[in-house]
Design a protein around this ligand. Structure first.
Ligand code: CP
Length: 327
């Protein structure tokens, strides 16, 4: 890639000793990453951010094609992967409505990914069933990137969440992170908690009883040495919190909608809620929100959720460049 002269002092970490670490690999779970991997990914994401700010679009992945295969609705993940590929000079096969594809005729997931890899170099997959990304990866020769598999994982969201914390607060070690809302069905918090276990942090879980973090995951993270505590109310932990990560109650995952009605408005963050919070708090949400954060909070400088979406573009540019062997 040839850069304009005024950009030649920007460090795009091509040639680092970790180059090639993810070339050709699937991104299925955050369990794949250690701290050194995260530093490397974030370094590439920072370089992508600088490049987008200065030149917008460049040809790192010119000639490469991404298939965006979404069996569930998405705004951020699907459009940020599309934007990431186009910012890098590549192109995209968008399948955002599988009902208009041969999936509606009964084509299996393995056959669908085998088809798409004939035309594309990498496949981003969102699917309602936990484990579906691993099934697709077993069938495919080209890299599969998990964009959310049921209530399982959402690894690229967790990477962008961690990148957001690092960009907003300058560090991860030493922080208190409070995860609030639907911790049972929220795949973003499952992936984020696993990544946080790589750091020296304290994690608070605040949820209604029926939406608690899965006990098996809490036990697994305790084994890894993560300091965790569970609460039903935000008040006892808000003042010590550095990162407040709010989640939507996932109506679509409930078998009993009466239960959803009981908990759907369990927590609503308003300007009054935030009064006892730290001045340097990072208030995050993977979005979409459906009432958990009042729009009046949006102008508070601590509201990081719109910046969080933008950080996602840079992290996804970094991941695409890495799995396609260009970073
Ligand atoms: N955060 C997230 O996954 O958003 P979408 O469902 O809009 O992709």
């Amino acid at each position: 890639m040839t850069l304009p002269t005024h950009l030649q002092n920007i460090h795009l970490p091509l040639g680092d000793q970790r180059t090639g670490r993810f070339y050709g690999q699937d991104i299925l779970s955050v369990a794949q990453f250690d701290r050194a991997d995260l530093e490397y990914i974030f370094g590439v994401a920072e370089a992508m951010r600088t490049m987008v700010a200065h030149i917008g679009t460049f040809d790192l992945l010119k000639g490469k094609i991404l298939a965006n295969l979404f069996y569930e609705p998405s705004t951020r993940t699907s459009s940020s992967f599309l934007a990431a590929m186009e910012r890098l000079g590549g192109s995209v096969i968008p399948i955002n409505e599988v009902r208009y594809s041969s999936v509606s005729k009964g084509e299996s997931l393995p056959d669908t990914v085998r088809t798409l890899e004939c035309y594309a170099d990498v496949i981003v997959l969102r699917h309602p069933e936990t484990g579906s990304a691993a099934i697709a990866a077993a069938a495919a020769r080209k890299p599969i990137i998990n964009a959310g598999d049921g209530i399982g994982e959402h690894p690229t969201q967790a990477l962008l969440d961690l990148f957001t914390i690092r960009e907003e607060l300058g560090r991860i070690d030493g922080l208190t992170v409070t995860l609030l809302g639907d911790l049972k069905y929220g795949r973003t918090v499952h992936s984020l908690a696993k990544l946080l276990a790589l750091f020296n942090v304290k994690v608070n879980y605040v949820s209604p009883e029926i939406l608690k973090m899965p006990a098996a995951l809490v036990a697994q993270l305790r084994e890894k040495g993560l300091t965790q505590a569970e609460f039903k109310a935000l008040d006892p932990v808000l003042a010590e919190t550095d990162v407040l990560y709010v989640t939507r109650v996932q109506k679509e995952r409930f078998e009993n909608l009466d239960e959803y009605e009981q908990v759907k408005n369990a927590y609503v963050i308003t300007p009054a809620t935030l009064r006892p919070a730290k001045p340097k708090l990072a208030l995050m949400h993977p979005l979409p929100r459906v009432g958990e954060i009042a729009p009046e909070v949006d102008d508070d400088p601590r509201a990081a959720y719109f910046r969080q979406m933008e950080y996602g573009l840079y992290v996804r540019m970094a991941l695409l460049a890495m799995v396609l062997g260009k970073a």
